[in-house]
Design a protein around this ligand. Structure first.
Ligand code: FEO
Length: 164
């Protein structure tokens, strides 16, 4: 049976993951509107990944005999001042999610919930990747310094992202 405090905290995390999906869907729309189809594609796959994260948490709660109650998802921002600003926001958001995951691990330790700790290890690793991907794009965009040619090249490259 799942620890009640962990059940409540994971329910909150499911909302965070669904908000992440919503945020990246919104960023995808922003890029679509700029005719940057490659960036939009990257964001679409990122949205799917976040939905998969929410599902992974959901399945775990039920596997442990708990219950998931979905709550309201806040509306994400819809405009950014530049593609760089959007990816900087994505990186900042991933750092926030890493913080949420770390707090879940701390709770699992406090409650001696070893099963949850083992389950959460996957997310700890995943967040290393999530932060690195977003930050890598931010750093390369900074190098490009807004040069349209470089931006279009990155758009083509991100458009080739496959499902991981
Ligand atoms: Fe589910 Fe991007 O963290």
């Amino acid at each position: 049976m799942i620890n009640p405090k962990m059940e409540a905290a994971i329910n909150k995390q499911i909302n965070e993951e669904l908000y992440s999906a919503y945020l990246y869907a919104s960023m995808g729309n922003y890029f679509e509107g700029m005719n940057l189809g490659g960036f939009a594609h990257w964001m679409r796959l990122q949205t799917d990944e976040e939905l998969a994260h929410a599902r992974k948490f959901r399945d775990y709660v039920y596997e442990r005999g708990g219950k998931v109650v979905l709550s309201e998802i806040k509306a994400p921002q819809s405009e950014w001042k530049s593609p760089l600003a959007a990816f900087e926001a994505a990186y900042k958001h991933e750092c926030h999610i890493s913080d949420c995951i770390n707090k879940l691990v701390t709770l699992a330790e406090k409650e001696s919930d070893h099963a949850s700790k083992v389950f959460l290890a996957w997310f700890v690793e995943e967040q290393v990747e999530e932060e690195a991907h977003a930050d890598g794009i931010v750093q390369r965009m900074k190098l490009a310094q807004g040069a349209p040619g470089a931006l279009l090249m990155m758009d083509r490259e991100l458009g080739a992202r496959g499902v991981s």
